[in-house]
Design a protein around this ligand. Structure first.
Ligand code: GZL
Length: 312
């Protein structure tokens, strides 16, 4: 009797093993790679069967992956949406199939009854913290800023731009003179920074770079050095994510500030799903993660060490 009871219990538990489809944007940045690593670790620890799809930063691949997850009858879908628009129909299909969708790290313009919850940071606040840091750093001095935007049409690119402009509002000595997307990648960050340097008197007229993520900043730092200028001194560098390599640059005096974005979006996402699966508990529509400013005064070498093995 005991043996059969134990067996039934395990069968019951096994029946509860959930299958989750994860439509990930790609691996465009160190931060994205860390989010993927942590999501897989979280699923493993929780006994969740994770079906992973890398969309190579293409929305059509994400939509196809979601449709495949629906066809497989998964118990939930995680979606990190590459851009904010164009999700209504596929989210309607998931809703029809009664499969809860949780958004990770970026937002969508769709109605919030089309997803269970969204886990992410206040992206406007991140940009504002970056802008306020620059205001504090330059005081009343004239400061011509160049901006490397994230992926066009993504909520971080839209909101981080808005936030930075709020941060510098009222300080007319600080002006964004050039702004272009570097698509969140090191390679494009370097390429666009090269064009900014050429257009701005070899970089001599540039006071600061605001990059929507550290990876574009790291690429830009390379371009600034190749132009014979000192990043972190001749051109101030402020960006977002707090990946290990930005702390390495800070320790080398080549970067000045970063705003941390936790890569652990899956933890809160799986917690919300566990409660929903258990008894239909509905989470808040937005589960906010915290952002923190780091500068060279915050032991960058130590921050690098503490982050370097987290899968960035
Ligand atoms: C922001 C996130 C961004 C990171 C980038 O929430 O979507 O995407 O800041 C990544 O590194 O490409």
């Amino acid at each position: 009797l005991l043996a059969s009871t134990v067996a039934m219990t395990f069968i019951g538990l096994a029946a509860q093993a959930q299958t989750v489809g994860f439509s990930q944007i790609g691996s465009e940045s160190g931060w994205r790679a860390a989010e993927t690593t942590l999501t897989k670790q979280q699923a493993e620890e929780r006994g969740i069967d994770l079906k992973f799809s890398d969309a190579q930063q293409k929305q059509e691949n994400q939509i196809a992956a979601i449709r495949s997850f629906i066809a497989q009858g998964v118990d939930a879908i995680l979606l990190a949406p590459v851009v904010a628009t164009g999700w209504d129909s596929v989210l309607e299909e998931a809703k029809e199939a009664e499969i809860p969708v949780v958004l990770l790290d970026r937002r969508v313009d769709s109605s919030d009854d089309l997803y269970l919850t969204a886990v992410g940071s206040d992206l406007v606040h991140e940009g504002k913290v970056a802008g306020e840091w620059l205001v504090n750093e330059v005081g009343d001095a004239e400061c011509r800023v160049v901006e490397l935007q994230g992926t066009t049409g993504s909520s971080p690119a839209i909101d981080r731009k808005t936030g930075f402009e709020e941060g510098i509002a009222g300080h007319d000595n600080i002006e964004i003179v050039r702004s272009q997307t570097g698509d969140f990648t090191r390679a494009q960050g370097k390429e666009v920074m090269e064009s900014f340097l050429q257009a701005e008197n070899g970089g001599k007229d540039i006071c600061a770079l605001y990059a929507h993520n550290d990876d574009m900043a790291v690429g830009a730092i390379q371009a600034i050095k190749e132009a014979g200028l000192k990043p972190g001194e001749d051109i101030l560098i402020v960006s977002i994510d707090a990946v290990p390599d930005i702390f390495k640059a800070m320790a080398d005096g080549e970067a000045n500030a970063t705003v941390e974005l936790t890569p652990n979006m899956a933890g809160p996402a799986f917690d919300a799903l566990d409660a929903y699966w258990k008894d239909g508990t509905m989470p808040e529509k937005f589960i906010q993660t915290e952002s923190k400013l780091y500068t060279p005064e915050d032991d960058p070498a130590g921050e690098y060490e503490s982050r370097k093995d987290l899968g960035y």
